[in-house]
Ligand binder design. Structure first.
Ligand code: FAD
Length: 656
């Protein structure tokens, strides 16, 4: 396996760009709706002990009278915070107080990057976490006084919470649930142990619109492919509607003074460890990166508000632009909880929702879908959902991987995206798709390397979304991206501004050559001050990029051929449907969308028809395997915006 290159970490000064704007919260509070502590829905299907434990975590349980603790994690906000609101209500009603705590215990949040199936936050995410904690802590103190200061502790979670509960004489602990496999099992363990030691513990829903256990796909009535957006969306529509978001509290029953922390402050948690040079000086990659961001809650709300009033109406036509002029850029705030998905859902609904942009309206459902996938395929950060693809061949090319990571491939659009990612921690979706397809389809490098690099460098690195999208890019996920993503496409940057910004080496070239400098005549190169191979790299794999792409396709065909039991007669891949994911097809083999180019080899292989649900393609269509069988191509969507009617199963270019 190639060794991934990672950012290293060390202490970094708190982010400087922290802006406080309580007015914003207050302005929106009336629009948010009435507070309702019992309004979060329960999606727990009580069966196994773990599920029972989880059901008992639900926010509907009345909190015990007495002092309350709020355990902050990925919910770093004041608006729509069910755990905080429930704790405040319980403390007020019993004339008691509440305290907020954040515990840093990375070992309990996931495995290390080398072996793990559930990666803990690293790199850019930790820089964001530290800056947003700084911001929230200051917000809390300015608004509610020194007693609202966040108590910072180092793990382990259980012992820290037990100590603190004793110190504060707390009767009840509130927290927002997390869904990544390692975090989920940590939460269940800590929850059960705390309850055993006599503390009441209440888990709340705050991170998603719909919790993953609830949605069950009904393949009896869905005629398209399993695992795509539309059947999931329909399954969500059958659940309780997302509860109305809660307003930010205007007062909190906190003690007058901050607790004695024994000297531990946020910096001492060592969330972010920056590397040091031989001379001892710090390599502060995080400082410049955070200059692109204001990690506060008020910034999140401002950004959403600005998008809803100016960007939303252009989202359908402009969302593909590389310069991100009409996308929301709220992803890191959703990831770390400075923005509540329920609040965003409601705000977009108020602004016209589906009528203004069907695609944007469905974005939070895409997000929930990724958590649904992670719930049902908990090792998907490592193991292909199309399980037989685990045997697929990939190239081991460390030099090419490094060139991709550093934005030195010689393809300006790819390099622009990768440099923007490294410098700001973010990229627009279509650029993410371009660089992902470049790595997996053209360089034939395993998608897991891209997934790791994104996990390390994105400020919005989200285990569920990132794994889902990289699986799809690598053709191993539920959606094989039925379009070609060219590294030379200029449609998302026709004016060349994006490439000019991030790849200044080619800035002086005439626009028509900016995405393909190798096609520029010598005099244009000279006039632009470019010497390919010196001032800007030659294209990587210049001679054989297309050859590599075909080789990659052959390797996918090869792995499918080696496992005929995982294809149906139409040439579609089959997967085993996870228990609990459907209304009545759990445990069965089910076809998933498979690109026509991969179905060809399959014309005569002797797999018997397999039940795939009504209309899901009962292994008919012996012969070419290319044609449109029942259900084929309906509702297959890529995450880039097509929906129920948006069949694009024969699409050949990226739907910018
Ligand atoms: C290879 C690859 C890896 C990705 N990794 C991540 C990741 O780690 N974290 C992450 O938040 N997004 C990831 N995405 C999805 C998407 O690119 C980002 O969510 C989006 O670009 C963020 O910008 P935005 O907030 O302006 O999005 P908008 O287009 O304004 O959408 C609003 C929100 O909807 C959600 N959303 C949008 N697209 C998707 C999608 N396809 N799947 C699930 N949710 C979606 C996000 O929370 C996003 O913030 C990845 C995409 C690709 C192709």
């Amino acid at each position: 396996m190639l060794k991934p290159l990672h950012r290293s970490f060390a202490i970094v000064p708190a982010a400087k760009s922290v802006v406080f704007c309580f007015a914003r919260l207050q302005t929106f509070a009336p629009a948010i709706g009435k507070s309702s502590f019992g309004g979060f829905h329960r999606c727990m299907m009580s069966a196994s002990p773990a599920k029972k434990a989880r059901a008992s975590m639900d926010g509907k349980d009345a909190a015990a009278a007495g002092n309350q603790l709020v355990w902050l994690r990925q919910d770093l906000r004041l608006h729509d915070h069910p755990a905080l609101c429930a704790a405040a209500a319980a403390a007020k009603s019993s004339n008691s107080n509440l305290r907020l705590v954040f515990i840093f215990s990375p070992e309990e949040d996931g495995d290390d990057l080398k072996q793990g199936t559930s990666w803990r936050p690293v790199g850019a995410s930790l820089a964001w976490l530290q800056a947003s904690l700084t911001s929230l802590d200051l917000d809390l103190q300015r608004k509610f006084g020194p007693g609202a200061a966040i108590i910072f502790r180092k793990g382990p979670y259980l012992e820290s919470l037990q100590d603190l509960a004793a110190q504060c004489d707390a009767k009840c602990l509130h927290y927002s649930r997390r869904y990544e496999p390692a975090m989920r099992s940590t939460d269940e363990r800590v929850h059960a142990a705390l309850e055993e030691s006599g503390l009441q513990v209440v888990g709340h829903q705050g991170h998603l619109l719909h919790e993953p256990e609830g949605a069950k796909i009904d393949m009896n009535h869905w005629k398209g492919h399993f695992g795509t957006l539309m059947p999931f969306l329909i399954a969500c529509e059958r659940l309780e509607k997302p509860a109305r978001p809660l307003p930010a509290p205007t007062s909190l029953p906190v003690p007058a003074e901050a607790i004695d922390q024994g000297g531990l402050n946020l910096e001492e948690l060592e969330i972010l460890k920056l590397p040091r040079r031989i001379d001892g000086s710090v390599v502060d990659w995080a400082g410049p990166m955070l200059e692109s961001w204001d990690c506060s809650e008020s910034a999140a709300l401002d950004l959403l508000e600005n998008f809803v009033t100016t960007g939303l109406q252009n989202y359908e036509s402009q969302r593909g632009k590389a310069d991100a002029r009409s996308v929301s850029k709220v992803s890191p705030y959703l990831r770390w909880g400075q923005l509540s998905p329920r609040y965003m859902h409601q705000r977009v609904a108020q602004a016209g929702g589906k009528q203004v942009s069907k695609t944007f309206w469905r974005r939070l459902t895409w997000r929930d879908l990724s958590y649904w996938q992670l719930h049902h395929w908990p090792t998907m950060v490592r193991d292909p959902i199309r399980s037989h693809y685990a045997d697929q061949k990939w190239r081991e090319d460390e030099q090419a991987l490094r060139a991709w990571q550093k934005g030195q491939t010689g393809f300006p659009l790819v390099d622009a995206g990768m440099r923007q990612l490294y410098q700001t921690g973010w990229m627009q979706q279509n650029v993410r798709m371009v660089v992902a397809a470049f790595l997996t389809e053209y360089l034939s490098i395993h998608w897991i390397h891209g997934c790791r690099w994104f996990h390390d460098t994105l400020v919005d690195a989200d285990l569920a979304i990132n794994s889902m999208m990289w699986q799809n890019a690598g053709k191993a996920g539920l959606d094989q991206w039925n379009f070609t993503v060219l590294p030379t496409s200029s449609s998302q940057d026709s004016g060349g501004q994006y490439v000019s910004q991030w790849v200044p080496e080619v800035r002086q070239l005439p626009k028509k050559y900016m995405h393909k400098p190798w096609e520029a005549p010598a005099e244009d190169l000279q006039a632009a001050g470019i010497t390919l191979g010196q001032t800007y790299p030659h294209r990587i794999e210049i001679e054989k990029l297309e050859v590599l792409r075909h080789q990659n396709e052959e390797w996918i065909r090869g792995v499918r051929q080696a496992h005929p039991e995982w294809s149906d007669r139409g040439g579609y891949d089959l997967i085993l449907v996870p228990q609990g994911s459907t209304v009545s097809h759990d445990g069965q083999k089910m076809r998933v969308f498979t690109k026509p180019i991969f179905r060809d080899w399959n014309s005569d292989h002797p797999v018997k028809p397999i039940s795939t649900g009504r209309g899901g393609g009962r292994g008919r269509r012996r012969g070419r395997g290319r044609g449109r069988g029942r259900g084929q191509g309906r509702g297959h969507s890529s995450g880039s915006g097509r929906g129920r009617s948006g069949s694009h199963s024969h699409q050949t270019t990226l739907p910018f």
